[in-house]
Design a protein around this ligand. Structure first.
Ligand code: B12
Ligand code: SF4
Length: 499
């Protein structure tokens, strides 16, 4: 029997907020179902720093080591792989998720990993591991890239994703110290019945029906797939009865691609009688597109509210139609205002984001975005365009020589969409200045009372509103979901996380 280790890395070491990781847990669940045994090291919930991780690797011997993360974690994953290989030189190191799968050649060339898993991880990883365990040839497995004995990289054909997501086993959280995760539950969430908040993630869909030019997700080459409402409800039921969960984050790229899909889901939740609060990821065309009558959209939004929806994450991205076209967003900016109004009407909070820095961005387009946020009465999460591999904008950045060395660039990117590559015709100072000024104006006009240094990385509204005695925002406490730039904030539980 081979010794196998699976490692959950930490995207945000020492963060006061932790999220149970669905992707790696799904791979582990599938392994268990296939009777593949393994040890598990959770770097994230235990806040193991690099010395701790190295110590662990020095003290243990494994034949196969697996991990996975997103591409913004490139630098750390290379360190991890190289360290693991140093102490386990004969092991096979297998890495999944976008850090390896979206850049198999770059990743395998620049670290000692042996195999990259491309796309959906469960079946491919289990097949490869099973073959290694049985000493069989795994070189022709679909959905992998690997280093050949002469150091070349071979990328195999993609594996077709599983058609029916319902066929995957329900995530088994037995390997995770769930109580520790609950203690660091997403603090802005609001538990049903005002209890202690216990957040669990549930995935309802994989991939997205769209292909924006700044975006890339693991299931990019697969069709957009979603689970049946019955299947989702049974996982939520299990989470409530076994884990006492009272808040569910639907960790999807796109939870609902159409109004009928959204309605079926809400109807199922209402029928089920399950009591919990939740948030999900949508686009502005869900409730903002006039192709359905306003009353129909309002009716579905009301059902969402009745079913416990507290918050929806969606993006304006830009208020400028030309930029939206370059983004391939396939929306109109006015959908955004319409959706914001409908959600406000039914009492669902909007968490929105804006991306600045497309090549055709100008001082006017920056102003337009802030103006639209003002009209919607929403302060957005703001980020600069961060070209990620396999996106249209990454190709653009390479073509125009903004990125000349992939490895160096990926080592340098920051996790919070700071200005890494400025592709506008304005200087860095000018872009940053205009955004800071716009944010400052919006802050005053909306009367939020954010301190200057918090305008871009806001760190939470509640604390600031209190500190500045600003007018109470028309938003509830659950105001930060999907706002990735705000990982730390004041907790519902009376713990101040934002200092
Ligand atoms: C939850 C989440 C987070 C959480 C992560 C917490 C956690 N512990 O899970 C937080 C809030 C920290 C976060 C932060 C960010 N995120 Co995020 N996040 C997500 C989200 C919504 C869900 C992830 C998920 O659970 N997916 C569902 C599972 C089933 O899919 P999966 O994770 O991809 O796993 C599959 C495969 O990747 C693979 N796999 C995964 N792990 C492993 C491990 C092994 C061993 C193997 C073999 C396979 C494997 O198999 C899995 C099953 O098929 C995704 C969107 C999405 N739906 O994927 C974005 C997403 C991953 N995030 C993204 C981004 C850009 C960010 C930020 C940079 C945003 C920002 N500007 O601040 C930051 C980065 C933080 C950092 N430090 O670098 C992008 C990634 C883009 C890319 N090309 O990598 C995504 C895809 C959203 C998007 N469409 O843009 N994020
Ligand atoms: S940005 Fe949103 S709508 Fe666009 S491709 Fe990514 S997940 Fe889909």
């Amino acid at each position: 029997m081979k010794n196998i280790l699976i490692v959950n890395p930490s995207l945000r070491l020492n963060s006061q907020t932790k999220f149970l990781p669905v992707g790696i847990a799904s791979v582990m669940t599938f392994f268990s179902q296939q009777s593949i045994e393994f040890d598990f090291l959770d770097v994230d919930i235990n806040d193991l720093d690099d010395t701790d991780v190295e110590e662990f690797l020095r003290g243990h011997s494994y034949d196969i080591i697996l991990s996975g993360s997103i591409v913004t974690h490139y630098k750390w994953m290379k360190w991890f792989v190289n360290t693991a290989k140093r102490y386990n030189p004969n092991s096979k190191i297998i890495i999944g998720n976008s850090v390896a799968g979206s850049i198999p050649e770059i990743f395998l060339k620049n670290c000692c990993a042996d195999i990259a898993i491309i796309g959906e991880g469960e079946i491919t990883a289990a097949e490869v591991v099973r073959k290694i365990i049985h000493g069989q040839d795994w070189f022709n497995e679909l959905g992998i890239a690997y280093k050949t004995s002469n150091g070349n990289i071979k990328i195999n054909e993609k594996r077709k994703s599983l058609k029916k997501l319902d066929e995957f086993p329900m995530i088994d959280w037995q390997y995770f110290e769930t109580e520790k995760y609950f203690k660091k539950s997403y603090a802005g969430a609001h538990a049903v019945n005002d209890g202690e908040v216990r957040v669990m993630p549930v995935v309802t869909a994989r991939g997205c029906a769209f292909k924006c030019t700044f975006c890339h997700y693991v299931f990019w080459d697969d069709p957009y797939r979603y689970r049946s409402p019955k299947n989702i409800a049974s996982e939520i039921h299990r989470n409530i009865s076994r884990f006492d969960a009272n808040y569910i984050t639907f960790w999807d790229d796109l939870s609902f691609a159409s109004l009928p899909q959204a309605e079926r889901f809400a109807d199922k939740l209402l029928d089920s009688g399950l009591q919990f609060n939740w948030n999900a990821a949508v686009r502005v065309d869900l409730f903002g597109n006039p192709k359905h009558s306003r009353s129909r959209r309002l009716e579905v939004a009301q059902k969402f509210k009745q079913a416990g929806c507290m918050d929806l994450g969606y993006s304006l991205e830009s208020a400028n139609e030309e930029i939206l076209k370059m983004m391939n967003k396939r929306i109109h900016a006015d959908y955004f205002l319409e959706q914001a109004r409908i959600l406000e009407e039914v009492g669902i909070h909007s968490s929105i984001s804006v991306v600045f820095g497309y090549p055709i961005e100008t001082p006017e387009t920056i102003k337009e975005a802030f103006q639209m946020c003002y009209e919607a009465n929403i302060y957005p999460s703001m980020g600069y365009l961060l070209p990620l591999p396999s996106t249209g904008m990454y190709e653009y950045a390479k073509k125009h020589k903004y990125i000349t060395d992939d490895d160096k660039y990926l080592d340098s990117i920051t996790e919070r969409q700071d200005l890494c590559v400025n592709m506008t015709s304005m200087s860095d100072e000018k872009v940053k200045g205009l955004i800071a000024e716009g944010a400052d104006n919006l802050n005053s006009k909306l009367g939020i009372g954010l301190a200057k240094e918090k305008l871009i990385k806001t760190g939470g509204y509640n604390q600031h509103s209190k500190a500045n005695k600003a007018r109470k925002l028309k938003r509830d406490k659950n105001s930060l979901i999907l706002n990735y730039s705000e990982a730390e904030f004041e907790s519902d539980l009376g713990v101040n996380y934002s200092s």
